[in-house]
Design a protein around this ligand. Sequence first.
Ligand SMILES: *[C@@H]1O[C@H](CO)[C@@H](O)[C@H](O)[C@H]1NC(C)=O
Length: 382
Amino acid sequence: MVLIEITFLLLVEMSWLEAADKYGTFLLSGSNLEWPSVAEESSDILFGRYEPRKILVHGFQMDDERAYVAMPRFMKTGVPWSLGVFRLDVMDFEPDIRPYPDYSNYGSCGGRGTTTCIVNVVDVYIENGVLWALDTGTINVMWKPLRQGPAQLISVNLTTHTVIGATDLSVITWPDSVLEYVVAVRSLCGRLNVYVSDVGRHKIIVYDVDTGSLHAIQLPETIPMDSHRRAVLHLVPVGVAGRGYLYFTYRHSGYMFALDAWSRESVTYGSVSEVGVKPVGMHVLGSDRGTNVYFRTTGGGNDNDVWAWDVNRPLEVRSFVLVHRSYLYLTPTAVAAGWQNMVWTVESNYDEYITGNVDCTGPRALLRPLNGCAADDSNEIL
Ligand SMILES: *[C@@H]1O[C@H](CO)[C@@H](O)[C@H](O)[C@H]1NC(C)=O
């Protein structure tokens, strides 16, 4: 039995290393951070701002050269910067993660005039050369949330790597707001709207970039927060025949909804339609920005597998295709289209992390392309 397992592991390792050769696989760990200089590093260690065991990559985006990673401050301390960057290089399996856009945006930020202080980036989204970062302003979210600043939507120019906007979301959030995801979708006439999910208030916040205005769309469904302490409101961008939609669903809800994001009126008035009833527990991870929505199942057997659902097909089990298998017992937390025109996934021991059961090697995350596993497995969900 042991022998079989070892052989199996070896085969698996060999096959993913082969894929890694071609497209790259990146092991992301809190032990591999890169400070501007030793002085900052020593000070972060000295003042308890850096504890590798508290750092876990949860979300990401990519452009042609770099990956941008969200490392949320789930706890009070230990994460010196919640938004990191590294250069994508197939040969660099364990890249060093640098603060983004700059070290001065973090830590003892403030009192330095115009610098934008970033408290806690929980999600990122790239649209047309701009990175949108959702800073909740709140830390220690897993236990007792502590507010350290206003929630804000930060935009960074990916050519100059400078902050070009910071929109205060205080006017549209409440003490019970819980902000989780950020997605940007253009309307048919090219207007850009940035959407933020507020699971605590059952709303989607909309930021109209051209006018700089904010409004919130009340969702058709509410879920009792007490029964789901870790309630999640997933947002995914979908494009069908040139029209942009924002699909959304609560993790514990049986329904999938869509907002027409292509029309100005429907975004203003919140024109939402029910897409269907989820045939299995679906934990949505992302999309390819086209018609494929990626998710993992919940409550079944292989809950770490990634499935694709083409939204042009009915929301039924027979429409689902198995696209990725996480052999390494890691849980996918995000899927996004990115580098080399591949669809990538970030997988980690997130479940162990949130239950405080991380072993001595600490939290670790793997960023790699979907491995498009064997087609003959694709009906296993039944
Ligand atoms: C980003 O910076 C580049 C170089 O200065 C500029 O050409 C581009 O228009 C900027 N993009 C945005 C969205 O501000």
